[in-house]
Structures are given as structure tokens and as C-alpha cells.
Design a protein around this ligand. Structure first.
Ligand code: PEP
Length: 404
């Protein structure tokens, strides 16, 4: 089994101890006998109820979550709760950077990054919330905002393990408003988040669970979870009602197939791929990573072994594994001009690279599967450059299978 679905309930400032008792009596009775092997259920009550709820859920499938955490282990921080204090109560998950903390309590990206680090180091699983405001969405800044929140919020995390972090995409305009993002709107951002995590943390990042939050109900949860990159939900209002939350956590999930993660069919090698192998030898890779587990590195390494002349483009490195690196496409000398330019970047970053690539005049621009930037494609094609958008490092391995 791959990742488990995560259903997390954020109770916010709701439920007294007496109400917790009534809630769990009903919720656990409803849950008993439900098949839950492929899912994790988390409830994050207020701090005052954590100990009490930890006792109520003993021996049940429910995990305990908290709604915030400080980054220091102890000290003069009036009103704050430390990571070891939460651990002591049996807390496993902790929500960090919820939009109410960001907007009502002015929590900055820096503070949130420290909270994430504090939780992570204590082996609590941070659920880092990110999401754009309505104004940001309407002015076309959704991806930029989410990118910044991820970059900043995770800046103190090195050596990420996939099971020790969760991201929740919660568009601010959808929280507590009854207006939820459509499954397609949510999927677009989830895919962007996955690409971001993969670029920063490699394969471990690509496997992190990404939840959607914002007016999730028993009626819309199935559609949301059918999207390839939605791994669970963070639920506010509807988690306060045991019956509604039960219907949410037991929803039947019918996953749509992910268009970009399909395993290639090795019996059918695409003509485009063979065309590149047959006709071109000098290849520039833009965005090549120096880390051996990144797809761009794997592709570079592979192509070098196969006898291609590879020109890595990465402004931050002078050499990768002893190979000269170019800060940008324009600095590749005239006599080494690439015939093919491979682009390993996020969809939103592709256009300016294609603008530069066009000046180098390669025969083919080859992009990672899943990159969607129609403007960039149109620009290259207008200049008579062929654009192939099927590069997946698994597919590169097809080349060797075909050659044998
Ligand atoms: C939340 O607070 O994280 C949330 C998603 O709330 P709601 O489900 O009520 O929109």
C-alpha cells in the first residue's frame, strides 16, 4: 500500500471536556467495524482537552493532533506550549501556520518555520498550512504565494523523511466560508506543491502527504480525494459534528489516474524519444541538481553514460561531479550550442527559460512530463523549435532497453 489517506479534524476553539466526551462516545461507536486500513484519522482539540481526549481515544484508530506548537523546549514564553509537552500527552500531529494564526495572530513565515522545525525535531509531524487569499488568487499570485510559504516554512528542515511532514493546502477564501475550491482548482495547486517538494527534497519530498482544507463536507470529500495529488483533508467546521466527520473519514475513495506519474509502457517506445536518441547528441539540461536522487541528476548521469554530450545549466554550481556547469544557456560557447534543451523546472518557471532557450536555437526543447505551460510551448513552436513534453526519468531508461 502507498501513502495512507489522512483525515484531520481541526476543532479550533471549540468543545469543552463534557462535549469531548459526548463526541467520542458517538464517533468511536460509529467507527467501530469500519475498514480503515488505508487511512489515518487525526483530531486536534484545543490544548485544554488534549490530555482528556488522549484517554478517550486510547485503543481507538484516532490519532491525537494539536493546533499549534512553540519552537523552544521550555522557557519564558507565556501562553505557549512546547514540543515535548505535546509529545508527553501522546500528540503525533501538529497544525502549524493555519491561516487563522497567520491572519488573526500575525504569525510570520519566519515564526512558522521555527515552529515547524521545533515540531519536526521532537518527532511530531507538522501539518504545515499554506494557501492564498482571495485577492492573491484574483491577481494571479496563487502559485507565487504558495511557493513562498513552502520555501520559507520549510527552510530549517534538512534530510526530510516522507512520513514526518504533512502539507495542507487551504485557500484562505475557502476556510469556514462554505465556498470550497473545485477538485480541479485544488489539484492544480497540489501538483504544484508536489513539484516544489520534489525539487527541494527529492524523492522523499515527492511522497509527502498533501491535504486539502477549506469547507470540506461529506458531500464534496469524495470528489476532492479522487484527484491524483490530494492525499487527505483538513476539516474545520464539519469535524465538530461526529456524524458528519464519520461520513467524511469513511468516504469511498476512487482515485483518478495521475496523468504524469503513469508508468511507461515499455513495449511501446514513443517516436519522439527515439527521434532524440537517433538524431541528437549534444544536450543542455537546465535545472540540473547536484543531488544524485533528483530526476535531473539521474537523467544527466544516464545520458552521459549513454555517450551524449551533456551541458548542465545551474547558476549555483560551477561543477557537478567534475563536469563544467554553465550559469545560464547564454553562456554556453558558440561551438557547443546544444541541439536539445531539457528543462527541469516547475510549470510556472518555464516561460523565461524558454525565452532564453529560443535564442540558443536548439532543434528540440524537451520538458518534464506534467509541465504545463502553453505560452512557453507556443513561443518555441513559433520559432520552429520542436517541443516534446514527455520526459520522465523512467522513460529515459527506455532508451537503453530499446538500444539493446
Ligand atoms: C480549517 O480551519 O482548517 C478549515 C478547513 O475549516 P473549514 O473546514 O471549516 O473550512
Amino acid at each position: 500500500m502507498g501513502r495512507k489517506y489522512i483525515f484531520a479534524g481541526n476543532w479550533k476553539m471549540n468543545h469543552t471536556l463534557a462535549e469531548c466526551e459526548t463526541y467520542f462516545k458517538k464517533f468511536l461507536a460509529l467507527l467501530s467495524g469500519s475498514p480503515l486500513e488505508d487511512r489515518v484519522i487525526v483530531i486536534a482539540p484545543p490544548f485544554t482537552a488534549l490530555y482528556f481526549v488522549s484517554k478517550l481515544i486510547e485503543g481507538s484508530p484516532v490519532e491525537l493532533g494539536a493546533q499549534n506548537v512553540h519552537y523552544e523546549k521550555k522557557g519564558a514564553f507565556t501562553g505557549e506550549i512546547s514540543p515535548p509537552m505535546l509529545r508527553e500527552l501522546g500528540v503525533r500531529y501538529v497544525i502549524v501556520g493555519h491561516s487563522e494564526r497567520r491572519h488573526l495572530f500575525s504569525e510570520s513565515d519566519e515564526l512558522i518555520a521555527k515552529r515547524v522545525r521545533g515540531a519536526y525535531e521532537e518527532e511530531l509531524i507538522p501539518i504545515l498550512c499554506v494557501g492564498e487569499t482571495l485577492e492573491e488568487r484574483e491577481s494571479g499570485r496563487t502559485f507565487e504565494r504558495v511557493d513562498t510559504q513552502l520555501r520559507e516554512g520549510l527552510k530549517y528542515i534538512d534530510n526530510l523523511s516522507r512520513d514526518r511532514l504533512v502539507i495542507a493546502y487551504e485557500p484562505v477564501w475557502a476556510i469556514g466560508t462554505g465556498k470550497n475550491a473545485t477538485p480541479e482548482q485544488a489539484e492544480e495547486v497540489h501538483r504544484f506543491i508536489r513539484e516544489h517538494l520534489q525539487q527541494v527534497f527529492g524523492n522523499e519530498g515527492a511522497e509527502v502527504a498533501i491535504l486539502y482544507g477549506g469547507s470540506v463536507t461529506p458531500e464534496n470529500v469524495g470528489q476532492l480525494l479522487s484527484q491524483p495529488n490530494i492525499d487527505g483533508v483538513l476539516v474545520g467546521g464539519a469535524s465538530l459534528d461526529p456524524e458528519k466527520f464519520f461520513r467524511i473519514v469513511t468516504v469511498e475513495v476512487k482515485k483518478a489516474e495521475s496523468p504524469e506519474c503513469r508508468l511507461p509502457d515499455y513495449s511501446q517506445i514513443g517516436d519522439d524519444l527515439l527521434d532524440i536518441v537517433n538524431r541528437y547528441k549534444r544536450i543542455a539540461i537546465v535545472g540540473v541538481s547536484p543531488k544524485p536522487d533528483r530526476p535531473s541528476f539521474v537523467v544527466m548521469d544516464y545520458l552521459i553514460k549513454e555517450g551524449f554530450q551533456v551541458l548542465p545549466v545551474n547558476p549555483r554550481y560551477e561543477e557537478i561531479m567534475g563536469i563544467k556547469t554553465y550559469p545560464d544557456l547564454e553562456s554556453i560557447p558558440q561551438d557547443l550550442q546544444p541541439e536539445v534543451v531539457i528543462i527541469f523546472r516547475k510549470s510556472s518557471e518555464v516561460y523565461p527559460i524558454v525565452e532564453k532557450a529560443v535564442k540558443v536555437r536548439p532543434r528540440v526543447i524537451w520538458m518534464q512530463e506534467g509541465i504545463e505551460n502553453k505560452e512557453a510551448k507556443a513561443l518555441a513552436e513559433k520559432e520552429g523549435i520542436k517541443v516534446v513534453m514527455n520526459l520522465c526519468f523512467k522513460k529515459v531508461h527506455q532508451i537503453s532497453k530499446w538500444k539493446k
